[in-house]
Design a protein around this ligand. Structure first.
Ligand SMILES: [Ca+2]
Ligand SMILES: [Ca+2]
Length: 342
């Protein structure tokens, strides 16, 4: 939390921390001898001045008086900018956000890499290893009972596509375009592809791009990226579905070119809406307690897909929402986003 906050209109307010510090300074001084009582009076004056003086002037006065207060301008921090919880913090579920492990070698989260397959380029963004609360909090409107919040630890960095796989990329790799909305254009997401079709696509692209390593994301990797490393946002990128996603209210009943809506904080586009995205996991109940690199159940009837699509109401676009479909199903509402391991 910022020490001094700006109201946005140039006024200065003093945070509780500073008030506490000042009170401590004042309190200590009052308990001392007559000689230092002057200090306390000065601290009181400074407390008063801080309410009205520019920070630079206040800092100068404070340093003159050797009160040792550390004031600086900091932007107001929004609800999504909460610091990572420390172990033992008693935060309410749903108000936590994820954390990167301390002491890990400086990776480059957010690094963007461009790959090219048969002449078509696409970008992937590096996601750092880390831990986050997966699922929705009990108070989230529209939540379903398969979203039970639990801690997930992802132990390795991974890459995730900046966008859904486009029709252009699918065609370059597979030689044909199965998409129902082919008139939407090359930048529109590939859809009408089954989970098995996606596996075939991935096998092929791994033979084309040197280094390979492409795969579908796990459901946990998908949500960790959607939540920009674990934020408690309702959708992938914030709490306004219209800002980040195409859904029934704004899509006109069809898919749209990728990257036309705002990305989330990590730079991923269209994770909420446009088309659902196949994940590698079988759909099943979440494990209880901490899950480390979860990959879903060993078997099941449906493969997970995430994020909702152009035809859905906003509730389906929620970061925590889950769905599963038979891996043979082809639907103009389901596409994919590539993941990759180095
Ligand atoms: Ca999507
Ligand atoms: Ca659901």
């Amino acid at each position: 939390m910022g020490v001094v906050t700006s109201s946005g209109r140039g006024q200065i307010g003093i945070s509780r921390e500073i008030r506490k510090k000042l009170n401590i300074v004042a309190g200590r001084a009052w308990s001392m001898t007559e000689e230092v009582k002057g200090m306390a009076a000065l601290a009181g004056v400074l407390m008063f001045l801080a309410l009205f003086l520019p920070v630079s002037v206040f800092n100068a006065l404070a340093s003159q008086a050797e009160v040792g207060l550390d004031l600086e301008w900091r932007p107001i921090e929004g609800p999504d900018e909460k610091p990572a919880p420390k172990p033992g913090d008693n935060e309410k579920p749903g108000e936590q956000r994820g954390s990167e492990p301390e002491g890990r070698p400086a990776g480059r989260p957010g690094e963007v890499k461009t790959f090219t397959a048969n002449g078509v380029s696409f970008k992937m963004i590096r996601m750092p290893a880390g831990e986050f609360p997966m699922g929705s909090s009990s108070g989230e409107p529209g939540r379903e009972n398969d979203e039970i919040q639990h801690r997930v630890r992802i132990t390795k960095d991974y890459w995730l596509g900046e966008t859904e796989v486009t029709q252009e990329l699918w065609k370059a790799v597979m030689g044909s375009n199965p998409s129902h909305f082919s008139k939407c254009g090359e930048d529109c997401p590939a859809e009408n592809v089954s989970w098995h079709d996606c596996v075939e696509f991935i096998n092929k692209i791994n033979g084309i791009v040197s280094g390979g390593g492409f795969r579908l994301p796990t459901e946990a990797e998908w949500e960790y990226a959607c939540r920009s490393k674990g934020r408690s946002e309702r959708y992938c990128g914030g709490n306004d579905p219209e800002a980040n996603g195409w859904f029934e209210k704004n899509s006109g009943g069809k898919t749209h070119p990728v990257k036309r809506k705002k990305p989330n904080a990590m730079g991923f586009y269209d994770m909420s809406g446009n088309v659902w995205e196949w994940c590698s996991d079988w759909y099943g109940e979440y494990p209880e307690g901490l899950a480390i690199d979860p990959k879903g159940p060993d078997a099941g009837g449906g493969k997970v897909n995430r994020g909702g699509a152009y035809h859905n109401g906003a509730g389906f676009l929620r970061a925590a929402n889950r769905d599963g479909d038979n891996p043979s199903v082809r639907s103009d509402r389901i596409g994919l986003r590539l993941a990759r391991t180095d």
